[in-house]
Structure formats: structure tokens, C-alpha cells
Ligand binder design. Sequence first.
Ligand code: SAH
Length: 392
Amino acid sequence: MRKRPLLTLKPREGRRARAGAPWIFSNEVAMTAEAKGLAAGSLVDVAGDDGRDFGSGYFNPKSLIAVRLLARENGARIDASFFAARLKRALALRQAIYDKPFYRLVHAEGDGLPGLTIDRFSDLLVAQITTAGMEALLTPLKMALDEVLAPSVRILRNDTPVRALEGLDLYVRAEKGEAGRIALEENGVRYFADLGQGQKTGWYYDQRDNRAFIAALAKGKTVLDAYSYSGGFGIVAAKGGAKETICLDSSAPALALAEDSARANQISIRAVKADVFEEMERLAAQKEVFDIVVADPPPFVKSKKDLEPGAKAYRKLARLAGDITAPGGLVLLASCSHNIPAERFAAECAAGLMRGGRHARLIRSAGAGPDHPVHPLLPESAYLKALVYALD
Ligand code: SAH
């Protein structure tokens, strides 16, 4: 095999890497002319300034995270059998947890495959690649997917804007079979997703356990599922015996999927197409309240510079959600923003809910489900926060 470029860590740098972290930052690497000249996504080996091996990975000279390590030894073969081994390990974890083949199969660094997420809908796979390095490895990845899972449909949902930062183009492509509407099962409930048109990979598996928590408390209650998408929380709450459920979202196609899902589960919901802030203000003005309010918005803090306005928006959402929650009711507030620390999000929620002296008790503080494993040295990559409060 042709020898790969060897990058060397600067003296005393690379402390994160030394501890086994999968990222090596640009300021930790000696940026020689050779290194600077490497194409984004090139496979490299990394050595410490003492010559010790740090492992093999892919490099992007323009990225703050210069190297994402794929293996702990130098010279590791990154080929179809490498991917097959990682996929089998990822699959074994999911099969140990779930009895149905609907889950996030690959969660990037958490599964040793940086830059890659794959959601599984039985024999349909939806993959999203976010780095030039993973894009360059698409061929062996596809061979491994066919070997390990033999999917009938394989969709590349490569339309996330972060790809532009890696110099990648944005596209959605059905590589095998056709992207379209599918049924999935979660918490014993049937949902629909549109794998070609829907958001992200089509379904947010990350909230599965939080949905089950709400559903278990929904019997006989009135529920508002704000930012419902295709009814993730609302449908399972109605199935759990909620006496009235509203799914509120600004997307008509998402609400249409929620309505179909309601029919398939023989329950009823009311789908309302509106802006959540405006609708919550309207409901509050009419003194309408719900026993359970769920608010799972899109990320309000998209980048670090949005922290203050985003934090303010979370506080406002908490205030509005609290205003329409009945005494003794529950509020679930979620954030999928990578860029707001968990403590800050919790502080904004508390400030919004406890306005005017109202008492709130935090009864559950959760994140994404176990099909979203986190690399133990990248705890900050656990992006989802879902807080449930009981209000007086
Ligand atoms: N709770 C959902 C996921 C929500 S994703 C689940 O369990 O699957 C965020 C949703 O917010 C999307 O469906 C998007 O259409 C919707 N959305 C974004 N901005 C909105 C707004 N201003 N008002 C209402 N809905 C909005």
C-alpha cells in the first residue's frame, strides 16, 4: 500500500488526542507545507512529536478539527472491511436495545465513524455525510452497507448546510431504490416519514424515549404538541389515552403525515398549521390551557454567535408554554442546539417558566436515546436536551 502522509503533533500539543479523543485540532498539528497542500479529506497517519503513533484518520487543512481519527493505530486499512466491522458493532448495539429495525444505526464519532449518520427504517437506510473525509470514503462505505445490511433502498441525504464548510456540494440522491414515503414503528406506534422531502433524515429518532415518557403520563389529559413535525409526541400521547391532542407546526406536509399516522393508529388529533409563538400567544389571550405542553423547536442557537438571541428565544418559548399549561400540568422543553450549554438552556427554561412567582419542579432531564451514543471524550457532542417540568 502507498504510504500515507504523516502528520506530526506539535510538542506538548495533542493532549486531547493523547487521551484517546477522536479529534485533533488544527493548532495541535505541525502545519507543514506538505500538510497544507493536502486535499480536504485525505487519509493521514498521525504521530506525536516523540514519534509515537496516534492513529489513522482523515484530514482537512481548512477545518478547525484538522483530523478526525478513524483508527487508533497508524497505517490502519480504511476499506470496506473496516466499515463492515464498524457497522456490525453499531448494529449489535441497536439489536441489543430494540426489537424492531427502526433506529439511528450510525451516530458519527459515537460509533467510530466521524462525519456519518445513518438512520434505519427496516430495509431502508438514509445516510448523511458531513465531512470531505467521509465523502471520499463513500465507495467502501457503500460496499460495507450492502454486505452487512443489504438494504433495498439507500438514500444519501446530503443536503445539510454544514457540508458547504467542508467544500462539499448539497444533494439528495437515492442510490438504490426510491426515496419516498415510508411507515415506521416506534414505541408501538405507527408513524409516517417522507425520506426524500422530509427534514433531516426524515425522522427524529433521538426523542423516542422522551416521547414514551410523555405518552405514559398522557392518559385522560389534554396535550399540545408544539413543533410537532409528523406527530412524534402527539400521536403517541393520543395513543396513550390523551383525551385531546393538538399537533402544531408550520409545515403542512409534516402535519399531513401526522394526520395519516393518527388514522393508522385509530386515534384522533387536531393538526394546526401556525407559527408556534403566535399560536401560543393567541391561546394564552383566550385563556386556553393544556395539561401537557411539549415544545421541541428547531435549533434557536445555530452558531456560537446566536447564543444570546437564541437563549432569549428559549426563555420566551418557556414563558409562553408555561402560560398555556394548566395548574398541575407538565411542560417538556427541548433544545437540539449544539451551541447552547445544557446549564444555560435549563436556566432560560426556569426563568421563563417561573416568571411571576410560579413554582416549577424539574422532574426529568434527558437527552437523546441510546441509539445516539456519545464518544466518552466528546460529551459536548450530546446535543439534545429535553427537560420536563411539573408546574403548580
Ligand atoms: N417534535 C418533532 C420534531 C420537531 S422538528 C418530533 O418529535 O419529531 C421542528 C419542527 O418545527 C419542524 O417540523 C418545523 O416544521 C417546525 N417549525 C419550525 N419553525 C416553526 C415555527 N415558527 N412555528 C411552527 N413550527 C415551526
